[in-house]
Design a protein around this ligand. Structure first.
Ligand code: RIB
Ligand code: CA
Length: 314
């Protein structure tokens, strides 16, 4: 019997977050227990609304959506409207869907779900700053041992930073939260820019999504067409790196990614390198490995998987 893998997606939608959520909803190998929302790409009020829009477009009004932390643990919130637009979901129509947020705080949902589900049966999939996860771990340390795995998008090593020369956005926004998560001892897989920068959209790949003929394929093409202008201008790349969907693709087909089990620690004290993920890729320290860190990805297999799965949605 095909047993599905239970996941909680923690997210700051964001066009690429939206694609990740669509991919998860389209995959019967995964059971999405809930979507917890955090401030990141845009403020919490907008990321929460955007998560509702994505589940509405995906035809899944049943999915619990819960709002979480509206700012990092210690630092002022840094957002990314320059990348994602003022709505955070530029590229599709913005509307107020019937789906409503659950009343419970996202952190309480994470704690309650991990305590009630069988131990080591739930995978956490953070796609934004790690504030919700870190607060849950601090409020309820007992849940750490109950997490099957954390598979997150964040960080960079050879690819260096995208928000500063040293740091990737999700880690940069809340480095203290990332430090708590990376030191938690929970089995950890990291999809950093080193991997996600290989997963670039381009015209044939977006045309294939449009050719599916459903609204989610069209939405992904429209979202990505907006989102890619930033990377085209900054990197001169052909298209946009689909960062967050790499987390879901890893759950479905880990062989898409090359990775190595290494020590990764988070810079929290230096303002110059705040949020840097210091990956001991070459094993030059005696620091214990704590993360499976992806270094490469097969974009063709990724987009073949994405296009095949999205056909399952409305
Ligand atoms: O650096 C890329 C990450 O920052 C992605 O998760 C994107 O959605 C933004 O949150
Ligand atoms: Ca994100």
């Amino acid at each position: 019997m095909n047993t599905s893998r239970s996941i909680i997606i923690d997210t700051d939608p964001g066009q690429d977050d939206a694609v990740a959520i669509f991919l998860a909803l389209a995959s019967d190998e995964l059971q999405v227990l809930g979507i917890t929302v955090v401030a990141g790409n845009v403020p919490l009020e907008l990321t929460a609304r955007n998560a509702r829009i994505v589940c509405d477009l995906g035809g899944r009004p049943d999915i619990p959506i819960l709002a979480g932390c509206d700012r990092p643990l210690l630092r002022p919130l840094v957002t990314a409207e320059d990348v994602h637009g003022n709505t955070g979901l530029d590229g599709v129509e913005i509307y107020d869907p019937d789906i409503q947020l659950r009343d419970q705080h996202a952190v309480d949902f994470i704690i309650e779900t991990l305590r009630s589900q069988p131990s080591e049966s739930v995978t956490l999939c953070p796609l934004g700053p790690l504030t919700n996860i870190a607060v849950a771990f601090k409020l309820a340390p007992d849940i750490c041992a109950r997490v099957a795995e954390i598979v997150l998008m964040g960080g960079a090593y050879f690819a260096v930073g995208n928000v500063t020369p040293a740091a990737e956005f999700n880690i940069y926004v809340d480095p203290e939260a990332a430090d708590i998560v990376f030191r938690s001892g929970v089995p950890l897989t990291v999809l950093p820019l080193d991997a996600t920068h290989h997963v670039l959209s381009n015209k044939p790949r977006l045309d294939a999504l449009r050719a599916i003929g459903n609204r989610t394929g069209q939405a992904i093409a429209d979202l990505t067409s907006f989102y890619e202008r930033f990377d085209r201008r900054k990197y001169g790349s052909e298209g946009a790196p689909l960062h967050d969907p790499c987390v879901i693709a890893y759950l479905l087909k880990p062989e898409i990614f090359e990775s190595r089990f290494v020590n990764v620690e988070i810079e929290t004290s230096s303002e110059l390198t705040r949020g840097m993920t210091v990956a001991d890729w070459w094993g030059v320290t005696d620091r214990q490995p704590n993360a499976t860190f992806a270094g490469g990805a097969d974009a063709d297999v990724f987009f073949e998987l994405l296009t095949c799965k999205i056909a399952n949605l409305p």
